[in-house]
Design a protein around this ligand. Structure first.
Ligand code: UD1
Length: 351
């Protein structure tokens, strides 16, 4: 049986790693296609090296043009490759433009499609990723849900493919690296970690200023703010001329470094999808600058706090969350599987 995996961004490379490892350990034939959506060294190649994944067999080099033109190019270029390699199943992880392009191309060619991280919903119509996910889920033959709530969403929506609640492949990678890096969850240091990259936060000068202002405010209260910066965010802050003098800005860090920072920080300020879950697994409280989240379990367990709008009150609210944390908190309930999601996915596909 021949497998193909389509990736294009940092989180997709991370989500695919345990699946690729599983295919290698079972000596299966597979091809990796990278669309080129993330192309900087720090956003792509470093993850292949660090996660010990062979470099992609094909790189489509698509990272210019409008959203629609990128999507069209992905569908078109993938068609040529998929026709050549004739996989029995194509796996797309996550919700990016690369995942949607992959899904549509596979579906039009009449090949079998497997969606990893199926059923995640923010119910926010304005988010490109939300629409991508819903479209991918509706043309997938195999839908691998990371949590029970994701599986329930799919059943409720009446998708045509088969739904399996297998757990989260990001949790597989996390548990593996937690062991390798000997991460401790309960010894926190006096610094705050921040990552911001979503369009709705970085394209709006007022929002961007408010977020940086919060970071400056926290740094004045004795907490160093460490900010590994996404290339898009860096460009916007420079264009807007916003001062970041109290914040420790670094290039994006590799996966190990991110998990180490996450295990030590007292609080994560973010708008990332994946980091909300990794903060939860690291027993690190998280403040998310978004209207909604796919990862409702993190809210339910009161480890994640949404900030839909930044108001005058927000700075003090965040300071309160930060200062009311009990470092001896109990480990949180697990909703994301047992670290064997990739194993289950490959077993199901082989059957
Ligand atoms: C989101 C989108 C995704 C889009 C991506 C753009 C959702 C649910 N998904 O993913 O469609 O392609 O943004 O980036 O909205 N990490 C590092 N080093 C860093 C920063 C992050 O290793 O410096 C790791 C994190 O530990 C995590 C992953 O990258 O594993 C998260 O990546 P991130 O770029 O934050 O993407 P998401 O918000 O998850």
């Amino acid at each position: 049986m021949k497998f193909c995996i389509v990736v294009g961004t940092r989180p997709q490379i991370i989500k695919s790693q345990p699946i690729i490892n599983e295919l290698i350990s079972r000596k299966k034939d597979f091809t990796i296609v990278h669309t080129g959506q993330h192309y900087d060294y720090e956003m792509s190649r470093t993850f292949f090296q660090e996660l010990k994944i062979d470099k992609p067999d094909y790189n489509l080099g698509i990272n210019r043009g409008s959203d629609s033109s990128q999507l069209a190019q992905i569908i078109k270029k993938l068609e040529i490759i998929l026709t050549k390699i004739k996989p029995d199943v194509v796996i797309v992880p996550g919700d990016t433009r690369s995942a949607l392009g992959g899904a549509l191309s596979v579906n039009r060619l009449g090949l079998k499609l497997a969606h990893v991280e199926a059923g995640a919903r923010s119910n926010d119509f304005e988010l490109e990723e939300e629409i991508n996910r819903r479209l991918i889920d509706n043309c997938s033959n195999f839908l691998f849900a990371p949590t029970l709530s994701c599986a329930k969403n799919l059943k409720k929506e009446g998708v045509l493919g088969s739904v399996f609640n297998v757990g989260d492949t990001m949790y597989d990678v996390f548990l593996n690296y937690k062991k390798i890096l000997k991460l401790k969850q309960f010894s926190k240091e006096d610094f705050i970690l921040m990552t911001i990259h979503r369009r709705e936060n970085i394209l709006d000068i007022t929002k961007m200023k408010k977020i940086i202002d919060i970071a400056n405010f926290i740094s004045k209260h004795g907490y160093k703010v460490v900010f590994p910066i996404h290339p898009h965010t860096k460009k916007q802050i420079k264009n807007f001329g916003i001062s970041t003098e109290n914040i420790q800005i670094t290039d994006p860090v590799n996966y190990s470094k991110m998990l180490i920072l996450l295990s030590k920080t007292k609080l994560l300020l973010t708008d990332s999808g994946g980091l909300q879950k990794e903060a939860y697994w690291s027993n690190t409280p998280c403040v998310t600058f978004r209207k909604s989240t796919e990862w409702i379990e993190t809210l339910k367990e009161k480890n994640n706090f949404l900030i839909p709008e930044i108001s005058d009150n927000t700075k003090n609210k965040i300071l309160h969350i930060l200062e009311s944390q009990n470092s001896k908190k109990k480990p949180l309930k697990n909703y994301f599987g047992n670290g064997k999601a990739a194993n289950k996915i490959i077993s199901i596909l082989l059957n």
